[in-house]
Design a protein around this ligand. Structure first.
Ligand code: ZN
Ligand code: ZN
Length: 281
């Protein structure tokens, strides 16, 4: 079983548990037997392009965030390896700012949540599936990921299948988008993440508390899960691409459900495909 997680948020982004200290997450990881983790909170923006509230830390919070990680790294060095990082999005014109962020940390994960539309406005993937992307926009979305990989920005692609939220159904355009992502990931050896947060949110998290019913009752709720998306990983399995699980932790108690979340992710994707995927050791 994977004993590392490179997708961890903090209260600073404004939409994780606000009363949860960085150290409490570390204690949960140690408790679960994890050996290595990376804090990868939503990056601050120098240019405020994404104007939504409570999505990311402020630029002025960077130092305190990195100091906190450094302190924990030293304090728990005999129990767990702790890295620093950011979750970023790629946008044309932001290359220099992204490189500046990358210099400060051990890991950059690309959680691409938006593109510029034809009018130069930010078009954001909505987690409730309310915003739909056109065929052209979904290809552009895949090309943004591909471009970020080419530029050497991300170490990992987080939830590469999240764009399914912005589509009605699955067909040739989706296949084309997935192939664009996979070709770059293979060429530049950048792993793809099977994200566990949508399973957590749809199956275990109701009205801000964890609901842990018998597994058969929980399984009924899997139909609400959008990603991981089986067809995406079926295509990935045909490429020489590494994959890993990412908890995408925002809440207290989420890490403790890791084994159940992985089990459900594997059920969604199917053991035949899971067995063909090339997991990072
Ligand atoms: Zn988040
Ligand atoms: Zn995330």
């Amino acid at each position: 079983m994977q004993n590392f997680n490179y997708h961890q948020h903090t209260y600073r982004c404004g939409h994780a548990d606000l009363d949860m200290k960085d150290e409490e997450y570390i204690l949960e990881y140690i408790n679960m037997g994890f050996k290595k983790i990376a804090f990868t909170d939503h990056c601050p923006q120098k240019n405020k392009i994404d104007k939504r509230e409570n999505m990311r830390m402020e630029y002025s919070e960077r130092k305190e965030y990195l100091d906190s990680i450094k302190k924990l790294r030293e304090k728990y060095s005999d129990k767990i390896e702790i890295e620093s990082g950011y979750e970023v999005e790629y946008l044309p014109g932001e290359e220099e700012n992204l490189r500046e962020l990358k210099k400060d940390v051990d890991k950059i994960i690309l959680g691409q949540h938006f593109i510029y539309d034809n009018n130069g406005n930010l078009k954001i993937i909505d987690f409730n599936g309310k915003v739909k992307f056109t065929d052209i926009e979904i290809i552009k979305y895949a090309e943004y990921i591909s471009k970020a990989i080419e530029l050497g920005i991300p170490d990992i692609i987080a939830h590469p299948d999240v764009f399914i939220n912005a589509r009605n159904g699955f067909g040739n355009i989706e296949r084309k988008a997935i192939n664009i992502i996979c070709e770059s990931a293979e060429k530049y050896k950048v792993p793809l993440e099977i994200n566990l947060n949508n399973i957590f949110k749809k199956v275990y998290y109701e009205n801000k508390v964890i609901v842990n019913l018998p597994i058969e009752e929980q399984r009924d709720k899997l139909k609400n899960v959008v990603y991981p998306y089986r067809e995406f990983w079926e295509i990935v399995s045909k490429y020489n691409v590494k994959v890993l699980y990412g908890i995408d932790t925002h809440n207290r108690g989420q890490i403790g459900l890791f084994n159940e979340l992985v089990q459900f992710a594997n059920e969604i994707i199917g053991s035949e495909i899971i067995n063909k995927l090339n997991f990072i050791e």
